[in-house]
Design a protein. Structure first.
Length: 301
């Protein structure tokens, strides 16, 4: 098939999909057959979403059809060469999907998603040994500014000469930075992995821990830009991670524990009801030494 012919076919496929999406018909006519497998307009309906050009739409449909053809060709060959049946595996997979969907429905209905600061603190205090840092982290402020800016020396003096970065000092730095700086960061409560800090400020070091311990005030200047940063606090690898750094993680842990509890309670409740209604009946005895796998039938056979 020539490229021009293929292009026309794909255009036809695209407009068939668009037409059938707007105007439903009774029995669909297939777009394609590969051995005993058919591809219908509904199979590729919704493939193209959003504001996509006609050319891109055709490319998306073309790619899907090409992949489908390849899959069906391989599948046909596999069917003719593999004798194993997968009924047991398919049923197990189907059961897992159904069970999962029901569990998710129960979680949506019963999960309390509100987690208080007190709960997070309590979990953190009880499990500190689980929050050991694997990376160095810092609390810092920084400013990126044109090296020739008239405010650079003033910002530098306020950032580096102050014994402590008080709220008043921070406000004054931020006022100047908001006018003259290219970028800045002044959230003193946020912990940042040192590797992320290096992406913001071009620090070059082969020993993060030593650098952090020896450099609290950082000034790096290039051809046109200067970077000023002050490390307010740091934690190194194997230190206990601060609560604020683990806050979101702990919240997710608590919510996951609640989800597990919901599922466990649901299973226990259903099990109890099934047993009360005699919907569970065992036809074996456990622990018989001469029985296969330790399970013996008790039906007299």
């Amino acid at each position: 098939m020539s490229k021009q012919t293929l292009w026309k076919c794909l255009m036809i496929c695209f407009f068939i999909v668009a037409f059938t999406a707007c105007k439903p018909t009774g029995k669909e006519k297939p777009l394609l057959r590969v051995f005993d497998n058919y591809l219908y307009p509904s199979d590729i309906e919704g493939l193209v979403k959003g504001n996509v050009s006609k050319e891109d739409s055709i490319a998306i449909v073309e790619n899907y059809i090409s992949q489908w053809i390849r899959q069906m060709v391989v599948l046909d060959k596999a069917k003719n060469n593999i004798t194993k049946t997968f009924d047991k595996e398919l049923q197990s997979y189907k059961n897992s999907l159904i069970t999962y969907e029901y569990e998710q429905t129960m979680i949506k209905q019963l999960l309390d998603t509100s987690v208080s600061d007190a709960e997070i603190l309590q979990y953190y205090e009880a499990n500190k040994e689980n929050f050991v840092l694997k990376n160095n982290i810092v609390r810092m402020i920084y400013v990126k500014i044109d090296k020739n800016s008239p405010s650079m020396s003033k910002i530098k003096k306020m950032m580096f000469d102050s014994e402590e970065i008080t709220d008043a000092v921070l406000v004054n730095i931020q006022k100047l930075a908001s006018i003259h700086a290219d970028e800045y960061f002044f959230d003193t409560q946020v912990w940042v992995p040192f590797s992320d800090f290096q992406r913001i400020v071009p620090i070059e070091t082969y020993n993060e821990e030593m650098y952090i311990k020896q450099n609290r005030n950082i000034f790096i200047t290039g051809d046109t830009t200067s970077y000023m940063a002050r490390i307010l606090e740091f934690k190194i690898v194997d230190d206990i991670s601060p609560l604020s750094f683990e806050y979101s993680n702990i919240k997710n842990i608590i919510l996951n524990k609640r989800k597990i509890a919901i599922i466990d309670k649901m299973q226990q409740d259903l099990l109890r009801v099934a047993e009360l209604e005699n919907n569970i009946e065992r036809f074996y005895e456990l622990g018989t030494s001469n029985s296969e796998n330790g399970v013996a039938r008790n039906d007299g056979k």
